[in-house]
Ligand binder design. Structure first.
Ligand code: F6P
Length: 548
């Protein structure tokens, strides 16, 4: 059944939230803490190895109740059931959205068009496991009898970002295989990767759901030509595998069926790392760790499905985005992991969140009359503190931030870890408390600054504070906890889409750019100059053609 389509701004809860916003918009977080000694406990959810503290957000328990009322009025529970049960919730593409089925246990039953998809999911997982084991153990040899030493994932967007982020994040758990990612159609990208590789000991994993993406096919073809400079065509069978829904096109590329890892159209590209798209993850970390990642995601699925909204981490997190985006008019959200391992996490989430919820038409096909998707950005702390934190602290924009930290470090260097985490705690406190005029004055006085200087400097040194943060404290970065974390954001995306009454699982905007690039490429290749463009594009094309 279809998702309901209700304009959120027409609900009673929205009106109540508007009225409530007027009473809360100028309240200071530190005063909210002062007036309620139980605030931190009231607004924290502890679940398994996750401690999610929402209390440094500009809300009260009443705000949360009203946001939950909004979710209920929009029938979020019904939408969640449809999401997990395989209903066609990606209606614009006529598809179910079932990344959750990819991590469901063997005995689960999820039906698409009358058939249970779980047995096939587990068949593909078995194929991934067997192939991983044979490559990692060295049993799978290259054409000349050498064991595989290097894996190259060729894909873009969801066929790159998820696997690349996870392999980097979980490098502590990696095996001996070197893993590389080629995504950009920029020829310099793939040349920089292959220049270090020996084709005799390299395995190429071509990942493309559609197997039509220009970047991936160009890279795959160029890499295959480079490979065939050294090895004969029959060697392709030992060195090229593919992940796709488009089996015929993969075969036409020259990969035989045994080397194809299938995926289904009900897996969205940006949610596909749990499918065969995660083959590079499995190869890099070993199948056992890949499975733990999936198990973690499944645990988060269960939490999301069963916890009541008041204790539901993805639900609260999504509702807070709505609160800031639609009532405080915040435009962006920062993701700040206090671990270098999550260096690529914000980039990964940019696709997940912005490709999903960057929509301006509602589920009835009408333009929305409210704001939808947020801008996502971020970098690991502490590096980001020395880059863009100044703007969060003292700029004019409200930027809610998720702080993600771990209780334990992986290499166990407690001295460094305590320093890292003291920055995490200090920043959330500083963002909330700011610095008052009195504090600045007394600080300047102790520095024996002159009265004139004190009065000149004070306005610049006062921090307003009241900057909202969510603190996520996780026990340790493991494949399982990373699976939980990624799934948490996936469900947050889903909830936002439901509240905003948009379709989160298509991406027609990106596809327009892909089509235009194709037609301009044929102009460049064929030298045609009779195609009409605006004068700016025309000049740019002429300049490029004259000078290349
Ligand atoms: O960026 C648009 C997009 O369609 C993404 O949704 C997808 O992840 C990416 O292109 C790659 O697509 P494919 O896996 O089909 O090559």
């Amino acid at each position: 059944m279809a998702l309901k389509a209700i304009n959120p701004t027409t609900t009673d809860a929205w009106k109540k939230l508007q009225a409530h916003f007027e009473t809360i918009k100028s309240k200071q977080l530190k005063d909210l803490f002062g007036s309620n000694p139980e605030r931190a406990n009231d607004l924290t959810v502890q679940w398994e190895d996750f401690y999610a503290d929402f209390s440094k957000n500009r809300m009260t328990s009443e705000t949360l109740d009203l946001l939950i009322e909004l979710a209920e009025e929009l029938d979020l529970s019904d939408a969640i059931s449809k999401y997990f049960d395989g209903d066609i919730i990606n209606a614009t593409e006529g598809r179910a959205v079932l990344h959750t089925a990819l991590r469901a246990p063997k005995d689960a039953r999820v039906f698409v068009e009358g058939g249970n998809v779980i047995p096939e999911v587990h068949e593909v997982k078995k194929k991934i496991e067997n192939f991983t084991n044979s490559v990692v153990s060295g049993e799978h040899k290259g054409h000349t009898g050498k064991a595989i030493t290097d894996i190259v994932n060729i894909g873009i967007g969801g066929s790159d970002l998820g696997p690349a982020m996870v392999v980097d994040a979980l490098q502590y758990y990696k095996n001996h295989l070197n893993t590389h990612f080629v995504s950009n159609v920029d020829g310099d990208h793939f040349n920089e990767v292959i220049k270090r590789l020996n084709p005799e000991s390299t395995l190429f994993v071509i990942v493309s759901k559609t197997f039509t993406t220009q970047e991936t096919l160009s890279n795959a073809n160029s890499i295959k030509s480079w490979f065939l400079n050294t090895l004969p065509p029959e060697a392709v069978a030992k060195h090229f595998v593919a992940v796709s829904t488009n089996i015929e096109s993969v075969k036409a590329f020259g990969i035989n069926e045994a080397n194809i890892f299938p995926m289904k159209d009900w897996v969205g590209g940006r949610f596909s790392l749990w499918s065969a798209v995660g083959l590079s993850i499995s190869l890099a970390l070993g199948y056992k760790h890949f499975e733990s990642l999936l198990d973690g995601a499944h645990k988060m699925d269960t939490h999301f499905r069963t916890a009541n909204f008041k204790e539901n981490i993805p639900v609260i997190s999504a509702l807070l985005t709505v609160w800031y985006n639609n009532f405080f008019n915040a435009e962006s959200e920062a993701i700040i992991p206090y671990t270098q391992y999550l260096n690529q996490f914000a980039t990964y989430l940019q696709q997940g969140i912005m490709e999903s919820n960057g929509k301006s038409v509602d589920r009835d096909g009408n333009p929305v009359n409210y704001q939808t998707g947020t801008l996502i950005w971020g970098e690991p702390g502490t590096n980001s503190q020395h880059a863009f934190f100044q703007l969060i602290h003292q700029g004019t924009k409200l930027i809610p931030a998720d702080f993600i930290g771990y209780v334990e470090s992986l290499h166990g260097n407690k001295d460094h870890h305590d320093k890292l985490m003291s920055n995490y705690f200090a920043q959330t406190e500083a963002l909330m408390n700011g610095k008052t005029e009195e504090e600045v004055l007394s600080e300047l006085k102790t520095q024996s600054t002159s009265e004139t200087e004190i009065s000149q400097l004070t306005p610049f040194k006062v921090f307003e504070g009241n900057k909202p943060t969510t603190s996520l404290l996780i026990q340790k970065l493991t494949p399982e906890s990373l699976g939980k974390l990624i799934a948490m954001y996936e469900h947050k995306i889903f909830v936002q889409g439901i509240i905003w009454n948009i379709y989160s699982y298509d991406q027609f905007g990106v596809e327009l750019g892909k089509q235009l690039a194709k037609s301009i490429l044929s102009e460049l290749n064929e030298g045609a100059d009779n195609v009409q463009h605006d004068s700016s594009t025309q000049n740019l094309l002429s300049y490029y053609k004259r000078n290349c």
